[in-house]
Design a protein around this ligand. Structure first.
Ligand code: 3PG
Length: 306
């Protein structure tokens, strides 16, 4: 069996070494395609492999068509909006993710970005502290829970809304559970997004919603750029000079945000949330173990397609 790691944004070397060990022990062969620049390279690399480990790499119908021997794709991470699940199912390929494995890394970055925004991007002027501020967590999944845990240490007043998580589960974590996304934006000084990119969430963070933030509000995005209505947010930030937007996923309109909102906008150059050795090891090894479990025993835990 041939297992490919296809990562435009590579794992830390220590994670690749760990994956190699798991694959070797299973008696399989590991091949590596890192930092590839063209889709043609990916199409060539998948031609004869049985399994692929990816990150945000786009696996669409064309890739499935090219991968004649492919049985499983594991997205080493949480969000799998980069994989065409219908095409996978049509090609009888199992798709999995590795939920939770990089959640702490993303949650820690939330606070790196939050402090930076609260301190005016370190421009020397007085900013604000996080203690006592109302933090809104939109979606209480693995990342949202880790954000709540860390926020407690900062002494924040923590709120969350999750359409799919019972209020009791949120309150058990010492977090105030709200009834709607609107209520979260109305209530909180800082809102941190942890929703997946789906047809329902696409562009759902729009002008009207963000306009509910109180004066001086901060919108923090370590989720996906697709959930933001970028023209709406640009219009709102033009009208409301008190708002800040900080993101780990560069908007399509990054140049416009940068030009118009100097001192109120920041984007990491590349998504950094899961870029820690620990997260790479956790997600990478989980992916390798899930592939071995699937190929040797037919274990389909964490399968996300039908
Ligand atoms: C995820 O969905 O797991 C995160 O967004 C991390 O994505 P990455 O592996 O591309 O850094």
């Amino acid at each position: 069996m041939k297992i490919l790691i296809a990562t435009q944004k590579p794992f830390a070397k220590v994670a690749v070494d760990g994956i190699r060990k798991v694959i070797d022990q299973a008696g399989y062969e590991l091949v590596l395609l890192e930092k590839y620049e063209t889709k043609a390279q990916l199409l060539k690399a998948v031609e004869d492999v049985n399994a692929v480990i990816i990150r945000s790499d786009v696996i669409d119908k064309e890739v499935f068509d090219a991968a004649k021997n492919l049985k499983i794709v594991v997205r080493a991470g949480a969000g799998y909006d980069n994989v065409d699940l219908e095409a996978a199912t049509a090609h009888r390929v199992c798709v999995m993710n590795t939920p939770g494995q990089n959640a702490n890394a993303v949650a820690e970055l939330v606070f790196g970005l939050m402090v930076m925004a609260a301190r005016n991007f370190y421009n020397g002027k007085s900013g604000t502290e996080l203690m006592g501020k109302k933090l809104g967590i939109l979606a209480f999944g693995n990342v949202g829970r880790n954000v709540a845990r860390i926020a407690e240490g900062f002494g924040m007043d923590i709120y969350a809304y999750d359409a799919y998580c019972p209020k009791e589960a949120i309150e058990e974590a010492n977090v105030h559970a709200l009834d709607s996304t609107e209520a979260l934006f109305e209530t909180c000084d800082i809102v941190s997004l942890h929703i997946p990119a789906t047809p329902e969430t696409k562009e759902s963070i729009n002008y009207a919603l963000v306009n509910k933030l109180p004066k001086g509000g901060i919108l923090l995005n370590t989720a996906r750029k697709e959930v933001i209505d970028e023209p709406g947010l640009i219009q709102l930030m033009t009208e409301r000079e008190d708002l800040k937007y900080v993101t780990d996923i560069m908007p399509a309109a990054d140049a416009a945000f940068k030009e118009k909102f100097a001192g109120r906008y920041f984007s990491t150059p590349k998504k950094m949330g899961a870029q820690t050795a620990e997260a790479n090891i956790n997600a990478g090894l989980a992916a390798a173990h899930q592939i071995v479990g699937f190929l040797k025993e037919g274990n389909e835990k964490f399968r996300v397609n039908k």
